[in-house]
Design a protein around this ligand. Structure first.
Ligand code: F0G
Length: 347
């Protein structure tokens, strides 16, 4: 049905806001006891990779595009590490808008680039990183000709808060801890807004601690200020100067919790564990919270028995390069007969 229809009463929809949808939202909350039990927690994974373009961005983009149309905009623009551009391109395609996406050349996952191409966006690759791209599109949008659909657009946060509603609707209350990857920090801000609003309405009895996880080479929130050259295999969160810096800090101060860094190797290990021990395939950035929970447990920083929701923000199919690089040795063809196949699988 889509998040605009499902949560209409919680969103500022007017008579002139088109009720568009690609079927975003209503994503599964999957119990993950094989990972959670050894950590002493009750772990659920919110699989946002199941959204129409394979990431949580669809929730915010459907709202931002509906509002852009209401305001008679014809072109939306964004900077992106890949997922925002895929979502912008898809919702623009669905509604006949033009989408302009500015991306860091060579630094977005192949599947995400394929999406922007297929949905027909105008793609500009810059010789610079996401932070440079965001500065450029902010400048261009200031002229009024383009509607900016990065998460500094408040409608993005509005749409994305519906994920917190879904968590409470399914669990019957807020979890004790929300574990979430942090890049530009729009999503942690959006979850905080959703949990805050549901609690004010009496839909939940408590607020979760917010645990935001960053890649160690790209962790401005952990280091305490912007960094110039962020580096991580988790390209989705390769961001050195997060736009929602203050909102995210305010949310964590209000709810409790904190920001934590996880090394790339642990992110990739967690990605494989989620695939092999849960049966969900997240992209690398989305595995950061699970990697972080494992690390926190090791350091004694995870309360026993806590109900924890980790957000798997994007689909692993978007980044086939990282996945295939982690294959253990080459897959060598054998003759097409049963004996050869039996030999290949025995011992
Ligand atoms: N996980 C994934 C898969 C993402 O694509 C992003 C952000 C995040 C987590 C972090 O979310 O920025 O709200 O803190 N991707 C943006 C993009 C930057 O351009 O697709 P955030």
């Amino acid at each position: 049905m889509g998040v605009l229809a499902q949560y209409a009463q919680h969103l500022a929809l007017g008579d002139n806001t088109p009720r568009i949808t690609l079927g975003e939202g209503a994503t599964p909350l999957v119990p993950a006891p094989r990972i959670g039990s050894p950590l002493g927690i009750e772990l659920y994974l919110k699989f946002e990779g199941q959204n129409p373009t394979g990431s949580f961005k669809d929730r915010g983009m459907v709202m931002a595009v509906a509002k852009a149309i209401e305001q008679r905009s014809q072109t939306i623009i964004c900077a992106s590490t890949g997922n925002t551009s895929a979502a912008a391109a898809a919702y623009a395609a669905a509604t006949g808008l033009r989408a302009v996406v500015v991306i860091p050349a060579g630094r977005i996952a192949l599947g995400k680039l394929a999406q922007a191409i297929m949905y027909g966006a105008d793609i500009v690759a810059i010789e610079g990183n996401f932070d440079a791209a965001l500065t450029i599109v902010r400048g261009l949008a200031a002229g009024g000709e383009y509607t900016l659909v990065n998460s500094i657009n408040p409608w993005r946060i509005e749409g994305q808060k519906t994920a917190a509603f879904e968590v409470v609707d399914v669990l019957g209350d807020a979890p004790d801890i929300l574990a979430i990857p942090v890049g530009n920090a729009g999503n942690i801000t959006a979850y905080a807004k959703g949990f805050r609003e549901y609690r004010a309405l009496g839909r939940s009895s408590k607020s979760p601690l917010l645990f935001g996880f960053q890649a160690a080479g790209s962790a401005p929130f952990v280091q305490g200020g912007p960094i110039d050259n962020p580096e991580t295999v988790a390209t989705a969160i390769r961001i050195g100067n997060p736009a929602n810096w203050q909102l995210a800090h305010r949310a964590v101060a209000e709810f409790g919790g904190g920001f934590f860094a996880v090394p790339d190797e642990e992110i990739l290990q967690a990605q494989r564990r989620i695939a092999r021990e849960v049966g969900l395939f997240p992209e690398p950035a989305s595995a950061a919270p699970v990697a972080g929970l494992v690390r926190l447990h090791r350091e004694g920083g995870l309360p026993r028995g806590a109900v924890v929701v980790a957000v798997l923000t994007g689909n692993g199919l978007k980044d086939p390069d990282v996945a295939s690089r982690s294959a253990e040795g080459a897959i060598v063809p054998v003759p097409a007969d049963a004996d050869a196949v039996r030999r290949a699988i025995s011992g």
